[in-house]
Design a protein around this ligand. Structure first.
Ligand code: THU
Length: 157
């Protein structure tokens, strides 16, 4: 079995204006990150099917595991405020004390699992754009590209 992942590599300028708006929202959101322990400020933004854009950031805690990544903060907030609106696109950006990351920031494993659940919930793939100041990765096919052989509700039946 060979599992393949299709990722488009491009610069921010090469994205469409609508996609760029969501990436810019994720970049701006990094300013609201609460990352007092790691100093790794992550911003995420989702565009819902009706065009609504929702942002979130990582929220850390002195008891480290109690914090949450930007992607999950954003998806949980979006899905709790707009439970009937599917997520069309998720963009992720990050910066440290030295500035924005040049390389695109990928979602952690737990966030990938939550993106999968979002796809299942709305029966629709979530496009994903990982922002880096040098280049962006665009994943058009949804989370299956980043989480092959995934566990989902079908195994619980
Ligand atoms: N983090 C995210 O918010 N998203 C990711 O995809 C990777 C990591 C956060 C968690 C923690 O607050 C900090 O970045 C360092 O791991």
């Amino acid at each position: 079995m060979i599992l393949q992942t299709k990722v488009k590599v491009c610069t921010l300028d090469e994205l469409s204006a609508v996609d760029r708006e969501v990436v810019e929202a994720a970049r701006c959101a990094t300013a609201n990150s609460y990352a007092v322990y790691s100093h790794f400020n992550v911003g995420a933004a989702v565009r819902l099917v009706d065009g609504t854009i929702v942002c979130g950031t990582n929220q850390e805690n002195a008891a480290y595991p109690s914090g949450l990544c930007a992607e999950r903060t954003t998806l949980f907030w979006a899905n709790s405020q707009y439970p009937d609106k599917a997520v069309d696109l998720l963009a992720i950006a990050a910066r440290t004390d030295s500035g924005e990351l040049e390389r695109p920031i990928p979602p952690c494993g737990a966030c990938r699992q939550v993106i999968l659940e979002t796809e299942k919930r709305f029966n629709r793939p979530v496009r994903i754009i990982l922002y880096g100041s040098r280049e962006c990765y665009v994943i058009e096919d949804g989370i299956k590209a980043l989480l092959p052989l995934s566990f989902d509700a079908a195994f619980l039946e």
